[in-house]
Design a protein around this ligand. Structure first.
Ligand code: CTP
Length: 360
């Protein structure tokens, strides 16, 4: 059974997705009035409540559900996180503060009626992203990146007036902004692994949101194809890493990827073996980044084939041969890897013979 009430609505992405006939990633509920009072009056099992935001998390029918009160917000500083102005405002005022018309619909949980105050369904049909007011990007520039995400996910394009507002904002960016949200939206967008999205990010100069001075990378091939070769879980860094990320807070793994990419740019190699050695020990994401701005075909070759080539002999085999652990191990494995690259058909027996003849 679902949670229903005459003042309780599904809101935002879930309504959009239902009309599109798509499953929703998460379901947002909104109560017209005070959601915490509602949860208490209905005797719902409250897990957490946040009176400052008017939100409440309840456990209902084996599921955790977040319910927000209808609220209006105000941006104390453009681009910073908004503060709540009024909790329990009319539904329409809550919908008005949102990013695009297609995300500003509500559906009543009891009657099933859809509340569409801004011609959202029309925009949904024509696949248009339209902001609800002219300050939308000034208030929250991360919405520009959200636009890219909806392009990659649903093929939505900016409506002409919204496009002009985006261009105006990108000509006059206020860099005093919440980069936390910029990073979140970049991650969600670029995790969709889309060349089309990257092209738009570059062509429409959206990269300018990251920092005032950005070198524009010349991309040598398909990022999507390289990512698919190795099936990376979080490909966003492969896209974002093409730009200066100094304004973002990176995790250690992300910073290591960027660091290894910077190193690769300074290393040179002369043979296939040199390439293999240059990349081994590097995160795959760094190899992809290098391929995208340097030698695409070589990165492709390494990721598809070379990196799979490994000696069959193991450390245990060396112990059995009586080789003592130490520096010689690395030398032997490097030697074997090089031989294996020259001749990938080499069998384990042949590898052992090679070791015996060269080292024992
Ligand atoms: N929203 C907004 N401005 C933002 C982020 C979100 O107005 N910068 C509003 C939109 O109405 C959006 C809702 O908050 O529908 C929920 O945000 P989020 O969960 O990030 O997006 P969804 O549209 O629900 O999309 P998804 O399917 O990715 O969850």
């Amino acid at each position: 059974m679902e949670l229903k009430d005459k003042n309780l609505y599904y809101v935002g992405g879930v309504v959009r997705d239902e009309i599109l006939g798509l499953p929703s990633l998460d379901i947002d509920y909104c109560y017209e009035g005070d959601a915490i009072k509602f949860a208490k009056s209905r005797g719902l099992n409250i897990i957490k409540e946040n009176p400052d935001f008017g939100t409440v998390r309840v456990f209902f029918e084996e599921q955790e559900i977040d319910i927000a009160s209808t609220r209006t917000e105000r941006y104390p500083k453009p681009g910073h996180l908004p503060v709540v102005e009024q909790i329990g405002c009319p539904l329409i005022d809550d919908l008005k503060r949102r990013d695009f018309t297609v995300n500003a619909m509500a559906k009543n949980t009891l009657s099933g009626e859809i509340y569409d105050y801004f011609d959202s369904q029309k925009d949904l049909k024509s696949k248009k992203l339209r902001v609800l007011h002219k300050n939308s990007f000034i208030d929250d520039p991360s919405r520009i990146i959200r636009g890219l995400k909806f392009l990659a996910r649903f093929g939505f394009e900016l409506d002409i007036e919204t496009k002009v507002l985006q261009e105006e904002y990108l000509e006059n960016i206020n860099y005093d902004m919440s980069y936390h949200r910029i990073k979140k939206e970049l991650r969600e967008s670029f995790n969709l692994n889309s060349d089309k999205l990257l092209q738009k990010f570059i062509n429409e100069k959206i990269y300018k949101l990251l920092s005032p001075e950005q070198a524009i990378p010349e991309i040598k091939g398909s990022a999507e194809a390289l990512v698919n070769l190795v099936k990376i879980h979080n490909p966003w860094i492969v896209y974002a890493g093409l730009f200066d990320l100094s304004t973002l807070e990176l995790t250690k793994d992300e910073a290591d990827i960027i660091g290894a990419f910077d190193n690769l740019k300074t290393v040179s190699f002369e043979s296939e073996w040199g390439l293999y050695r240059m990349f081994s020990g590097c995160p795959l994401e760094s190899v992809i980044l290098w391929g995208l701005v340097r030698e695409y075909d070589l990165a492709y070759h390494y990721l598809k084939s070379l990196r799979q080539i490994k000696p069959s002999v193991t450390g245990n085999d060396l112990i059995k041969l009586g080789v003592e652990r130490g520096k010689l191990y690395k030398e032997i494995f490097d030697f074997l890897a090089e031989e294996k690259l020259k001749n990938p058909e080499l069998t384990k027996e042949e590898e052992l013979e090679l070791i015996k003849s060269k080292y024992l």
